[in-house]
Each structure stands twice: as C-alpha cells, then as structure tokens.
Design a protein around this ligand. Structure first.
Ligand SMILES: [Zn+2]
Length: 376
C-alpha cells in the first residue's frame, strides 16, 4: 500500500500538481500512523523505525548472500548514514555463533563491534566530501581501490561507506564504476544519497537499492521520550518539526542551539516578503557563503512554504511549523495558494540547481526575485 502512495506522489510530482502531491503525502502520513502505532527499535541495530530496510538487510544476511554494493536513499537526516554504519558493524561483528559468518544482528559487545562504534575498526573505511571541497574527488576513490585490493586486517570483509555518493564528481564516479564492475570478493560498498536519480545509471545498475522513508511523528515522539528522556511537551514539538526525520530530531535534542537558530531563521524568513530587493540580495549573499548552510536553510524554507500552501488551503492543522501557525495563517491569507505553490516549485528548483553545483549565490538571488512581495 505504501508503495502505491509513493508511486502516487512521484506521479503527481511529474505531472506538476502540487495540491495532489500534498494530498498524497498527507494520505501517506496517515497510512504510516495507521500501520505503526508504536515506536520500534530492532534489537541489535538500535535504529528507530526503518523496519522494512532492516528486514531487507537481515534477509540478505540470513541467506548469506551479501552483495558487493548497497545504496541507501531517502531525505536528509532520515538515518541513511546510521543504517549504513549499523550494517557495516553487523558485517564485521564477531559475536555470532560462527566466526566466519556475519550474524543477523550486531552483538554490540565484541571487540569488532566496539571498534566500529568507536570509529577505529581498520577494515571499515569512510569516504565523504572534504568540508573545503566541492566534490568527492577521484583521489579518494583511488585510495578506496588501493585499500580494497589488500587483505582485511581483522574482519572478514573490507567495508567502505561512501557518504553522500551523489557528491562524487564525474571522474570519481567513473573510477568507482571500475570497482563496482570487478569487485574484490570480500569488499562491500555502502553508498548513501538523497535520491537514486542523482547517481549515474551505470552505478545504479550495480548496487542493491535500500530506500528509506519518513517516520511518523508518533514514532519520533515515543523514541524521544523513551530513549532520550525528553519531556512529553518538548518531544511533541520536536517530533512535529522533524517532519519524519529522526536524525533531525536527535540533533535538535542534542544541540539546543538548533531550535533557537531555526526559530530565528523562520522569523527572518517570515519578514522576507516585506523587505526590499537590496536587502534580499544581501541575505542571499550571506546564506550562499556556506554551501552546507545554504542547503539547510533551503530545507527550512521548503517546509515553510509547504506549510503556507496548506495554510492557504485551510489545512493549518497539517503544518509542520506548529509553533508558527499564527504567522503562517496571517501571511497565507495575503499570499494565496497560487503564489505559495509557485514558491515551493521555485525552492525545489533552487535545491536541484545546488545539487548540480550551480553557483549558490546566483541561484539564491533568482529565488529572492521569485519571492512574493507583501506590503507591510
Ligand atoms: Zn559484535
């Protein structure tokens, strides 16, 4: 059933009908809530939700048919990196009954598990874009190839996690393709990316895809209360703001500044339609100076304008930014559905442009021109 809803969302997106997308997403959330009334953490994996993805990996382990490459996909902060790490830990765990076979669930106590958890297992390699670089570079993939050619030091496998595999430039991606075409027998590559469409089709055809989906607010709220001991009122707010992304919820709990900064960003965003173009361009310049920050700000804006569409359609109770509903209601009545929908499309286009490494400042300046103007 969930697959049908996801197909419906993709269909609506392709035909460009925003109201239908929102309706489909809402139904999808309701289905999640209906199906999952309790937060669950699979023993050994220590992951909230994502039972479908974990079951898929456990079946692979049970059949002893671990493939050479997996791709974990889903929205930012949903837990892709965590699931890849847990799978790597399970592949390397030596706490099972047979030393030569990976168990279905990592024991979390053997030396190998502890090394993975402490980030110092010699057979687990993490590759990601350097903070000062625009891409994952070919040199990093060549190092991966060199490491994969040598024997494992301790474990039964050489495991490589490529975080944000969509950030490989073309050279790096083509270089990785060689490893995927002729993998060493004991090598397992675990890639993460927001969307499979961001990778080369030749890479996609050589990986097992593991799609991950948004959690329900109830799953997140229950997990925050039970595992992070968050007070119920705060857990309700964070779960609503997380919009299905457990990783974001955990960040919000562990970093108090995140919620404070979010509130400040949204209050500034709410004022944007009232400020001059010169001021908007100054803001675009400020945000675009840090590409990771620009992406995070755009995600926040996307939720804001999605909420604006809902508020303009008298669906305020479905909005994510539950603590900003008064402002949303006021602005939505002045902006209207058509303009709010146009902004959602404009933000999606800007995010796509950033993914394709278009100049961030230019992309944000164009977005600023798209913003509707409200006379104060
Ligand atoms: Zn273990």
């Amino acid at each position: 059933m969930l697959v049908v809803y996801h197909a419906l969302i993709i269909f609506c997106y392709e035909v460009g009908c925003l109201n239908l997308i929102i309706l489909a997403i809402t139904h999808c959330f309701c289905y999640h809530v209906f199906m999952t009334t309790q937060q669950t953490t699979r023993s050994g994996w220590n992951i909230v939700g994502h039972e479908h993805a974990i079951d898929l990996l456990r079946r692979t382990l049970a059949a002893q048919q671990v493939r050479h490459a997996y791709l974990f996909t889903g929205p930012e902060h949903i837990g892709k990196r965590l699931l890849a790490h847990r799978f790597a830990q399970t592949l390397l765990c030596t706490g099972g009954s047979d030393l030569h076979v990976a168990p279905l669930d990592a024991c979390n106590t053997c030396l190998s598990c502890r090394k993975v958890l402490h980030g110092n297992h010699p057979d687990l390699h993490i590759i990601s874009r350097a903070p000062d670089k625009q891409f994952i570079l070919i040199e990093q993939v060549r190092a991966l190839q060199s490491d994969s050619a040598r024997k494992t030091l301790e474990g039964r496998r050489n495991v490589f996690i490529i975080q944000g595999a969509h950030e490989m430039n073309l050279q790096a991606a083509n270089c990785l393709l060689k490893t995927l075409e002729e993998p060493e027998p004991d090598v397992v590559l675990l890639l993460t990316a927001p969307d499979p469409g961001l990778l080369l089709p030749t890479i996609l055809s050589r990986v097992q895809q593991v799609p991950m989906h948004l959690l329900t607010s109830l799953q997140i709220k229950t997990a925050l209360e039970q595992q992070w001991e968050v007070e119920p009122e705060e857990a309700t707010l964070i779960a609503a703001l997380a919009a299905g992304r457990m990783g974001w919820a955990v960040q919000a709990v562990e970093d108090e500044e995140l919620l404070v900064e979010r509130k400040a960003q949204l209050e500034a965003l709410a004022k944007l339609p009232m400020v001059s173009k010169v001021q908007r361009f100054e803001i675009a310049q400020r945000i675009s100076s840090d590409s990771a920050k620009a992406r995070a700000v755009l995600e926040l804006w996307l939720f804001w304008w999605r909420d604006m569409v809902l508020a303009a359609n008298k669906c305020l109770d479905l909005t994510v930014n539950v603590d900003m509903r008064n402002i949303l209601k006021q602005q939505a009545s002045r902006v209207g559905t058509v303009e709010a929908e146009r902004m959602v499309r404009a933000i999606l286009s800007t995010m796509e442009a950033l993914d394709q490494n278009v100049n961030a400042r230019t992309a944000l300046e164009v977005l600023m021109l798209d913003l509707p103007a409200i006379k104060s």
